[in-house]
Design a protein around this ligand. Structure first.
Ligand code: PFF
Length: 450
C-alpha cells in the first residue's frame, strides 16, 4: 500500500475535463452518428436521451459516488464498502473489461493516429471510395503497421498516465477538451455551408417514427453504457479522485449533456457533407476510415479539414483511453502495491500482448474465430453486450438494495450541504427499480435471447 498522499483532481474544471474526456471518444464519432442515421434520425436521439437518463446517468452517479466515498480503485472501493463480501468481484470484472476494451480500442485509435499522418501527407486524398477502401485495407492487413501504431498509442497514453492523476490526466484533458470543441465547430461550419447540406441535416434530425422498435430502444440503452464509460469501474476510479465538495449528480449531468452535444455535433460535421457529395453514410469503422476521407477529398481545402478531423478523433480517443488505462493502473498501484510507473509498465506489457490479438485480427489472425468472431469483434461484443451491462446491473443492485437510501442521501447531498433532495429521491428510485429492469433487457438482447 502507498502511504503517500493520494493523487486526485484538483479543480472543478479539471474534474469535468477528465470525466468528459472519458465519455467523449471514438464512440461519438463512429457509433453515435451512424446509429442515429440507421435508426430513425431524431427518434433515436430521443430514445438515446431517455435511455441515458434512465440507465447510463444513474449508473454514472452511482459509480462516482461509491468511488468518492471509498477513495480507492475499482476493486478496493467495493472491498472497503462491503468488507468480506464478494462485491469486489464487480470491480474485478471492471478491470478485466478495461483490458478487453483497451485491446481493440487502442487498435482503432492507432488507425486514427496513422490517418493524421496519412492525411497530412495527402495520400488519402481521393474522392473515389474504392481508393480509400484500398488504403484502409492495406493498413489493417499489414501486421507490422497494425502493431506499431498500437504500440505508439500505448506508449503515449502510458506516458501521460505515469505523470499522475492531476499532472497527467487532468492537465492533459484540460488542454485537449477546448481544442476538441474548437475543431469540431470549425468542421461543422464547413459541413453546414456546403451546397446541399440541408439533406444531411434532415437525415439526422427528421424523426422517422416507423423505425422505432424494441431493438432500437435496446441499441440505445447499450450505447448509453459505452458512451458514458460506465459498468466497468472507470467512473468508480475517476470518482475516487473527485473532491468532496463536488456536486456529483450535477457534474454527471453536465458530462452527459456535453457528451451528447459532441455526438450531435459529430453528426452535423459528417452527414451534411456526406449528402452534399452524394455519399451513402455507412456504419462502423468504414464510415471513419473509408467514407470520411472521400468526403473531405471532395470539398475545397478538404485536406486541411481532413487533418483537423483526424486530430479531433485522436484527441477524443486519448481522453477515453486515459480513463481505461487508469482502472488497472490504480488497482495494481493501490491493491498490489506497485509504484505508479511499475503498474503502468506492467499494464502496458499485458495490453501489448492481449491487444496484439485484436491488432492482428485483420491479418495473420483473421481466420482464428473463437465463438465465430475475430478477437477484435469478440472483445467488442463481450464488453459492450455482456460485461458492461452486467457491471452496471450489479452497481445498481448494490446501491439500491445493499447500500440503501440513507447512505445515498448522505453522500449525494455532501452531508446535507447541497439542497438536492428531489434529485436524490428520483435518482434512488431509478437506480433501485427502473435501471435494473432495463439492464436485464439489454443483457438478454445482447445475448440474442430476446
Ligand atoms: N466512452 C468512450 C467512447 O464513447 O468512445 C469509450 C469508453 C471509454 C468506454 C472508457 C468505456 C470506458 F471505460
Amino acid at each position: 500500500m502507498n502511504n503517500t498522499k493520494r493523487d486526485s483532481f484538483t479543480t472543478g474544471i479539471g474534474v469535468i475535463a477528465a470525466t468528459l474526456g472519458s465519455a467523449i471518444g471514438l464512440g461519438n464519432i463512429w457509433k453515435f452518428p451512424s446509429l442515429v442515421g440507421s435508426n430513425g434520425g431524431a427518434v433515436f436521439i430521443l430514445v438515446y436521451l431517455v435511455s441515458t437518463l434512465l440507465v447510463g446517468l444513474p449508473v454514472m452517479v452511482s459509480e462516482i459516488m461509491l468511488g468518492r466515498k471509498a477513495k480507492a480503485d475499482a476493486i478496493g472501493t467495493l472491498k472497503k464498502l462491503a468488507p468480506n463480501k464478494p462485491w469486489w468481484l464487480v470491480g474485478a470484472a471492471g478491470v478485466l473489461s478495461a483490458f478487453l476494451i483497451m485491446a481493440f480500442y487502442t487498435e482503432v485509435a492507432g488507425w486514427v493516429f496513422a490517418y493524421v499522418i496519412k492525411s497530412v501527407s495527402g495520400s488519402l486524398l481521393s474522392t473515389d471510395p474504392q481508393v480509400t477502401t484500398a488504403a484502409f485495407s492495406q493498413l489493417i492487413a499489414d501486421p507490422m503497421q497494425s502493431l506499431i501504431w498500437q504500440w505508439i498509442v500505448l506508449l503515449l497514453i502510458g506516458f501521460i498516465i505515469i505523470l499522475g492523476v492531476s499532472k497527467g490526466i487532468e492537465a492533459t484533458t484540460k488542454r485537449l477538451m477546448p481544442i476538441l470543441f474548437g475543431i469540431l465547430l470549425v468542421v461543422c461550419v464547413r459541413s453546414l455551408t456546403l451546397p446541399g447540406a440541408g439533406e444531411g441535416l434532415a437525415f439526422l434530425f427528421n424523426p422517422d417514427f416507423s423505425k422505432l422498435s424494441a431493438s432500437v430502444i435496446l441499441v440505445a440503452l447499450g450505447l448509453s453504457f459505452f458512451k458514458l464509460s460506465v459498468g466497468m469501474g472507470t467512473m468508480i476510479t475517476y470518482g475516487s479522485y473527485f473532491r468532496d465538495d463536488q456536486d456529483v449528480p450535477f457534474t454527471a449531468g453536465r458530462v452527459m449533456l456535453g457528451d451528447l452535444l459532441v455526438s450531435i455535433l459529430a453528426g452535423i460535421a459528417i452527414f451534411p457533407a456526406a449528402f452534399a457529395f452524394g455519399f451513402e453514410p455507412s456504419a462502423g469503422p468504414s464510415l471513419l476510415f473509408i467514407t470520411i476521407p472521400a468526403i473531405f477529398a471532395s470539398m475545397p481545402f478538404g485536406q486541411v479539414f481532413m487533418v483537423l478531423f483526424f486530430i479531433l478523433a485522436s484527441i477524443a480517443a486519448t481522453g477515453a483511453m486515459l480513463s481505461l488505462l487508469e482502472v488497472p493502473v490504480a488497482y495494481l498501484n493501490e491493491q498490489i502495491g506497485l509504484k505508479r510507473w511499475q503498474a503502468t509498465v506492467v499494464t502496458l506489457i499485458l495490453l501489448a500482448l492481449i491487444g496484439s490479438t485484436a491488432a492482428l485480427s485483420s491479418s495473420v489472425l483473421a481466420n482464428i474465430k473463437p465463438f465465430g468472431m475475430t478477437f477484435f469483434d469478440l472483445y467488442d461484443f463481450a464488453t459492450s453486450n455482456i460485461l458492461l451491462p452486467l457491471g452496471g446491473l450489479f452497481i445498481c443492485i448494490f446501491v439500491g438494495w445493499v447500500f440503501g437510501f440513507n447512505k445515498v442521501e448522505e453522500l449525494l447531498s455532501n452531508s446535507g450541504t447541497l439542497k438536492n433532495g428531489p434529485v436524490i429521491k428520483a435518482f434512488f428510485f431509478v437506480v433501485k427499480f427502473i435501471a435494473p429492469i432495463l439492464i436485464v433487457l439489454i443483457l438478454l438482447n445482447g445475448l440474442k435471447i430476446i
